[in-house]
Design a protein around this ligand. Structure first.
Ligand code: DQA
Length: 142
């Protein structure tokens, strides 16, 4: 069965209670549930994971490098801005990877304006809140 992999980086386990004015009150479980509905509708399998550890995210990217995977969605959290190791893992795998950010990072602190990962992604969706995950998911079927 075809599958889509969704990877979430550090602190995203706290969505819903973390800086609600920036990230909103939707929890990571809510996001997962909405993507599970989309996966069922589209007849694909969903792997949805979160880790606060860089190496774990890299291992999951490597695991995503299979024939069945039609796309990967990644919100690398703060790793976005400095993890060359995650960038290299994204560059190393075959499935298209879309980077998602809930907040508009360009309207925030300057250290958030740069992504070291975006140049090796197929695309980036940011600033649209948690809708960004659904939009990224749907893009694999357009
Ligand atoms: C984030 C933006 C990052 O700068 C931040 O470190 C996060 C969340 C977002 O989804 O808006 O943890 O990736």
């Amino acid at each position: 069965m075809k599958r889509i992999v969704v990877l979430n980086g550090p602190n995203l386990n706290l969505l819903g209670s973390r800086e609600v004015s920036v990230y909103g009150s939707t929890t990571l479980k809510d996001i997962e549930n909405s993507l599970r509905d989309l996966a069922d509708t589209n007849g694909v399998e969903l792997d949805f994971w979160q880790s606060n550890h860089e190496g774990q995210i890299i291992d999951w990217l490597h695991d995503s490098n299979s024939e069945e995977t039609i796309g990967v969605i990644i919100n690398p959290g703060a790793f976005t801005h400095y993890s060359y190791a995650i960038r290299d893992a994204v560059a190393a795998i075959r499935p298209p990877v879309i980077e998602v950010h809930i907040s508009n990072v360009h309207a925030r602190e300057s250290f958030r304006h740069h992504s070291v990962i975006a140049p090796v992604c197929e695309g980036q969706i940011l600033g649209l809140g948690v809708k960004g995950y659904k939009l990224a998911f749907q893009s694999f079927f357009l």
